[in-house]
Design a protein around this ligand. Structure first.
Ligand SMILES: C[S@@+](CC[C@H](N)C(=O)[O-])C[C@H]1O[C@@H](n2cnc3c(N)ncnc32)[C@H](O)[C@@H]1O
Length: 230
């Protein structure tokens, strides 16, 4: 990871763009982000997860999607940028989603306590991917699942023009942080390929790791399991 992943910088960048985050997210993705999240939720093969931890939850769209699909589960929505969580509070209604201001690299949860860990468009920002995966593994119960939804480095020239020129230009006009959407482009380019991420998940101990590319390979959903103890 580069110095760009300095946690304090990332945290303040997301606090700065929190107010406009949902609008720009849906705008830039033509609302396809809702489909990506739906796919992630549908990838949970456990019949009745009790505790779901959505790390880097931001304005909590994925957390809410989990709560809708699994109404009996407790969904912990954890993020270190308080303003991102605040931005999503109005959407919570009576869903069992519990926002927690915390660091994904030092989860305030005991070992073996969570059925599903998810992270959507967040792990790319981690200072250490390796430490993040180890932390997710630690809190998962045996038999639990990890879902990672993330952009993948992409060589499509059209996509590069869109994410490298158009998004930073519009992002600069609309959000409070002029560099935030440039950072998005740079951080996606620096992130491991889908295959490399799969290998890192396996190195961290996850088994039966599979991934599925979506929307012309812009995004990938990785799913891995923590083996059941015999
Ligand atoms: C691009 S947003 C994604 C938000 C949400 N998951 C979504 O799909 O819209 C990335 C989020 O990751 C959070 N984040 C990055 N690093 C983090 C860390 N170490 N601990 C907790 N949250 C983190 C940021 O604060 C930000 O809200």
């Amino acid at each position: 990871m580069t110095r760009e992943q300095e946690p304090a910088k990332i945290q303040s960048m997301f606090n700065d763009i929190a107010q406009r985050y949902d609008f720009l997210n849906h705008f830039f993705s033509f609302n396809i982000d809702a489909l990506w999240r739906r796919r992630a939720v549908n990838a949970v093969s456990l019949p009745a997860p009790e505790v779901i931890l959505d790390v880097a939850a931001g304005t909590m769209d994925l957390s809410i999607a989990f709560a809708r699909k699994f109404p009996a589960a407790n969904v912990i929505a954890l993020d270190f940028a308080c303003k991102m969580l605040n931005g999503g509070l109005g959407k919570l209604k009576n869903h069992r989603v519990f926002p927690v201001n915390g660091d994904g690299l030092a989860l305030p949860l005991p070992d073996n306590s969570v059925d599903v860990v998810s992270i959507a468009f967040g792990i790319r920002n981690f200072e250490s991917l390796e430490n993040g995966l180890a932390e997710f593994y630690r809190v998962l119960k045996s038999g639990g699942m990890l879902l990672i939804l993330e952009f993948t480095p992409n060589r499509n020239p059209l996509f590069n023009l869109y994410s490298g020129v158009f998004m930073p230009f519009v992002g600069r006009l609309i959000s409070k942080d002029p560099d935030a959407y440039h950072y998005l482009h740079r951080s996606v380019k620096a992130f491991p390929s889908a295959e490399a991420l799969r290998n890192q998940m396996e190195t961290a101990g996850f088994s039966t790791v599979q991934y599925k590319r979506m929307t012309m390979g812009i995004v990938a959903l990785h799913v891995g399991g923590k083996d059941k103890l015999n």
